[in-house]
Design a protein around this ligand. Structure first.
Ligand code: IPE
Ligand code: IPE
Ligand code: MG
Length: 259
């Protein structure tokens, strides 16, 4: 299969010479395929996680220069705690090293960083502190906002919002979608426009469930450690040719008036 395939041909496309939409404002990536990348090289799964670092840095820079305002990366799910202890411990150490190593670059590029999740007491205290330090260091940055979903679960966030609403004693009839969204973690986060899930898997895996309600999805076959700027730009291109309808009629039909 062509490793540059981005969406398996799924989804209504605009005609080749039709208008293209703007660069997506919010792109979210499910960084999948590290384990398979390693297994194909007869390496331990952890080698795949280590190789993922280069992709992360490449994609952050590519997204920023392409004009993406919000980039969200799914790094560790609430379900990933079920992995072998040694793999979880490796990921904690690796993420700590990556955060510390690249903090100066992220600051220099004007990227505002924050971490979505990070509620579980099993997260090493030093790692949680590094997350806080990077968040504080880059809080004043006005470039792209990078949200790293770590110990994240979409359902967990929705439950947290429900709890927060109940604690605010809001009368039931006042609860609207807008008000509910204000109680989610990081309520300023705009809806996701485009989700990229690498490695050919086609699942949500509990990722930003509220925010992806009307996102476009692409599923490149390429494994995350091999995913590079050109692949990311190809996904943006696919998105820009998509016909987003939001329940309406295709933009190209102009209702029935063109008949
Ligand atoms: C994604 O790669 C990284 C994390 C979930 C932390 P995987 O580790 O899920 O790789 P595969 O899916 O087993 O190939
Ligand atoms: C989703 O990938 C989580 C991250 C990429 C961090 P998984 O590989 O854990 O998801 P499943 O198990 O295929 O659903
Ligand atoms: Mg996986």
């Amino acid at each position: 299969m062509d490793r540059r395939r981005t969406d398996g041909g799924i989804g209504p496309q605009r005609p080749d010479d039709g208008p293209v939409r703007a660069v997506p404002r919010h792109v979210a990536c499910v960084m999948d395929g590290n384990g398979r990348w390693a297994q194909r090289r007869s390496l331990p799964r952890t080698a795949g996680h280590r190789a993922a670092e280069a992709t992360v840095i490449d994609i952050i820079e590519t997204a920023r220069t392409a004009g993406v305002e919000w980039l969200s990366l799914y790094a560790f799910s609430t379900e990933n705690w079920s992995r072998p202890d040694s793999e979880v411990a490796f990921l904690m150490r690796l993420v700590r090293r990556v955060v510390r190593k690249h903090a100066p670059l992220l600051l220099a590029r004007g990227i505002r960083c924050r971490f979505l999740g990070v509620a579980d007491p099993r997260i090493p205290r030093e790692l949680a502190r590094d997350f806080d330090d990077l968040t504080t260091l880059t809080a004043g940055s006005r470039g792209m906002t990078l949200t790293v979903a770590f110990d994240h679960g979409g359902r967990q966030d929705i439950v947290a919002a429900a709890r927060s609403l109940i604690l605010s004693s809001t009368p039931a009839e006042k609860v609207s979608e807008e008000l509910f969204a204000e109680h989610l973690p990081f309520p300023d986060t705009p809806d996701v426009d485009l989700v990229i899930r690498t490695s050919g898997e086609q699942r949500i895996s509990n990722f930003m469930l509220w925010q992806v309600a009307y996102a476009e999805w692409v599923f490149p076959e390429v494994l995350w450690p091999d995913f590079r700027a050109a692949d990311f730009l190809s996904c943006l291109h696919t998105y820009r040719r998509r016909d987003r309808r939001f329940g309406g009629v295709p933009a190209t039909t102009n209702g029935d008036r063109s008949r």
